[in-house]
Design a protein around this ligand. Structure first.
Ligand code: SF4
Length: 194
């Protein structure tokens, strides 16, 4: 395990089997170590706008896309094509919901009237605000200007999210973190499985 300093924080180079210069927020380190190695090899077709982006020196990527089991249900959205594209790039692994202190697995949440409500009816907006703030700080401290985010999430969604009714109904809107990153000068590229 290799430790290095980035933006004043100790971060851990995740593993030799993943993109060679991968950095993670401390809250993701344990999940990443455990899960990046056992990847889902069955990724389906994808909707990819990010080829030019991954050629940049530094990018942030939603952790679940890289195989970290940080989704609400304890699984991931690993995509092998994305993984191949970012191999060798300097990647900052982010998960706003983990940054916020929410547990994994956790009760799914959706945005309704600019609040985040979980499936049990609890208002969890404060966690999502905290997660977006921590994500922005992490990326600004590291000088990251581009982020590839998993679409559809109440945090990372960019071209769509779900409408707050938990009926799998999509609406054209952004998740809290995606919107906040965009408002603060981070270029966001959404990533979707077809
Ligand atoms: S979509 Fe974003 S918030 Fe949700 S699990 Fe993936 S990285 Fe975390």
């Amino acid at each position: 395990m290799i430790l290095e300093e980035s933006s004043g924080k100790a971060v851990e180079l995740l593993t030799q089997s993943v993109p060679s210069r991968t950095h993670a927020h401390p809250s993701l380190i344990r999940k990443s170590k455990l899960n990046l190695i056992r990847m889902n090899k069955n990724s389906s077709s994808l909707f990819l706008f990010c080829y030019n982006i991954v050629m940049e020196e530094c990018i942030a990527v939603s952790a679940c896309l890289l195989g970290v089991n940080c989704k609400y249900n304890g699984t991931n959205n690993y995509n092998s094509k994305l993984f191949e594209l970012i191999k060798g790039k300097r990647v900052f692994v982010i998960c706003p919901e983990v940054f916020s202190g929410l547990s994994t697995p956790r009760i799914p949440s959706e945005i309704l009237n600019n609040r985040v409500i979980n499936e049990k009816g609890k208002d969890v907006t404060s966690y999502f605000l905290d997660g977006r703030n921590k994500t922005l700080k992490f990326l600004k401290d590291a000088g990251v200007t581009k982020a590839i985010l998993k679409d559809g999430s109440p945090s990372c969604g960019y071209s769509y999210i779900y409408d707050g009714t938990f009926t799998h109904t999509k609406v054209f809107d952004m998740g809290f973190t995606a919107k906040y990153l965009k408002e603060n000068g981070i270029e966001v590229i959404f990533f979707n499985e077809g």
